[in-house]
Design a binder for this molecule. Sequence first.
Ligand code: URA
Length: 243
Amino acid sequence: MNLRDENVLREMNLYPLWVRKNGPAQIDQPSVEVPQVIEAQPVVNIAPVEAVRNVETNIEPAAGWSELKAQVKDCTACKLRAGCTQTVFGVGDEHADWLFVGEGPGADEDERGEPFVGQAGKLLDNMLASIKLKRGDNVYIANIVKCRPPENRTPNAEEVATCLPYLKQQIALIKPKLIVALGKTAATSLLGKDATLGSLRGALHDFDGTPLLVTYHPAYLLRSPAEKAKAWQDLCMAVKQVQ
Ligand code: URA
């Protein structure tokens, strides 16, 4: 294992590797080469709670990427735009197999105009690296809302409902093989269902025909590093789904 892989595992709280006292030097750990995969459970039938997903908005469907980007840039459909520096559209490979969806921009993202560029973003990059992925390379990263909520509060149902059509259009254009919802807001907004993150993990969901898995938000993992091992399990399941 090279130093970079070691650092990635360390970041995921999976390093140092366990060493057997009188046995072979090293026990196989969830390795970056061959992820330990937990079998995905059968698709969960989500009750059709469409409260957020079906709210009518004034947002017209865009003809393609450039029109969509322009629409988002000029959007004033909810109050969030008045309190942020700029909209944060999303970043990455527009034909990616992998789409990671977070909650909404924070201060760093608001300043830079790119999702997940702060501390949580660094961890997300390491999570990607742990399964041999890289931002921008077969990976797209976006958020549920495109504008930073004040004081980094969770976006409310109306803000989510107003902004979601943009993400839906991004998904329709990207056509990812898998959506990974990062954290409860992303998961419940996309699934139109209020549930705990714990109850949504470990199962393959469906978002308008695209498989969707749920894992912890990197910001939560920064606060609760012991949960990184569970996030690793989720990522391994995701790898198996995309293969
Ligand atoms: N948290 C998110 O949910 N999204 C970002 O872009 C940054 C932090």
